[in-house]
Design a protein around this ligand. Sequence first.
Ligand SMILES: NC(=O)c1ccc[n+]([C@@H]2O[C@H](COP(=O)([O-])OP(=O)(O)OC[C@H]3O[C@@H](n4cnc5c(N)ncnc54)[C@H](O)[C@@H]3O)[C@@H](O)[C@H]2O)c1
Length: 267
Amino acid sequence: MGRLDGKVALITGAARGQGRGHAIRFAEEGADILAVDICKSIGAVPYPLGTPEELQETAAAVEALGRRVVTHEVDVRDSAAMKQAIDDGAAELGKLDVVIANAGIWTIQPWHDVTPDVWSVTLDINLAGVWHTCQHAAPHLIKAGGGSIIITSSTAGLKGLPFLVPYAASKHGVVGIMRVLTNELAQHSIRVNTIHPSGVETPGGVSGAMEKLIAESPQLGPIFMPALPVPTTYPIDIANAALFLASDEGRYVTGMELKVDAGTTAR
Ligand SMILES: NC(=O)c1ccc[n+]([C@@H]2O[C@H](COP(=O)([O-])OP(=O)(O)OC[C@H]3O[C@@H](n4cnc5c(N)ncnc54)[C@H](O)[C@@H]3O)[C@@H](O)[C@H]2O)c1
C-alpha cells in the first residue's frame, strides 16, 4: 500500500531539483504526476533554469516506478496557459488531489542593487506564479471532494535573510496566500500549508554570490546558520515533508508553516 495510492499530484518546477524529488517520492507512494516546468531560461534570472530534457528525465523516473505522468512546458507567470495545462492534465489523468506550487527562482544582491527587472521577475514567478497554480488547481480539488495544496516557501519566508529582498518578499507573500486559502477552501475539505526549507542541495542558483557578500559583512553570516550540525538539506527531506502534508497522515493539518530547516529559524 502506498501512502498516495489513487492520488494525482500537480507539481510545478518539476524538471529538476526539489520538483523532481517530489515527483519521484510521490510516485513511489502511488501517485500519478502532472509535471509542469518552464523548460527555458529567462534573461533576468542569472542562472539557467530547467530544460525539456530534464523534464523528460523526471517523467521517465516516474514511469519507471509504474506510475502515469503528463508533462507540460508552461511558465507559471502565464495564468491562461497554466489554466489550460492544469485542465488538460487533470482531464488526462482523471482528476487532481494534490498540488505542490514549487516553481521558484532567486537572485542575490544587496538592497541597493535590486533592479526593477529583478523585482518584477521574482515577484511574478514566486508570488503570482504560485497564485495562478493555486487558483486554477483549486476547482479540480473541489471536484475531487477535497485535497492538499502545498506551497514551497523558504526560511526567507519567515526571517529577514539579507541580500534577498525580492525573494523574501515573495516567500513571505505566499504565506499570505496560504493563510487566506486555508480559510476559504476548508469548507471543501482542502488543506493548505507552506513548507519552509533552508538551503537545499539543488542545481538552482549556485553562484558563490552570497558567500562573497557575507565575507564583506561577516556579522550577517550567523543568520543563515542551522542549529543542527549539517551544511545543507536535500530534496528528499523536503519531499518527505510534502508527503506527510499530501497524505491522510496530515488530514487535520492545515494553515501551517512547516519548517524543514535544520533549526535555522530557531536561532
Ligand atoms: N534550493 C534551496 O536552497 C531552496 C531553499 C528554500 C526554498 N527553495 C525553493 O524551492 C523551490 C524549488 O527550488 P529548487 O531548489 O528545486 O531550484 P531549481 O532551480 O533546481 O528548480 C526550480 C525549477 O523551477 C522551474 N521554474 C523556474 N521558473 C519557472 C516558471 N516561471 N514557470 C515554471 N517553472 C519554473 C525551473 O525551470 C526549475 O526546473 C523554489 O520555490 C525555491 O525558491 C529553494
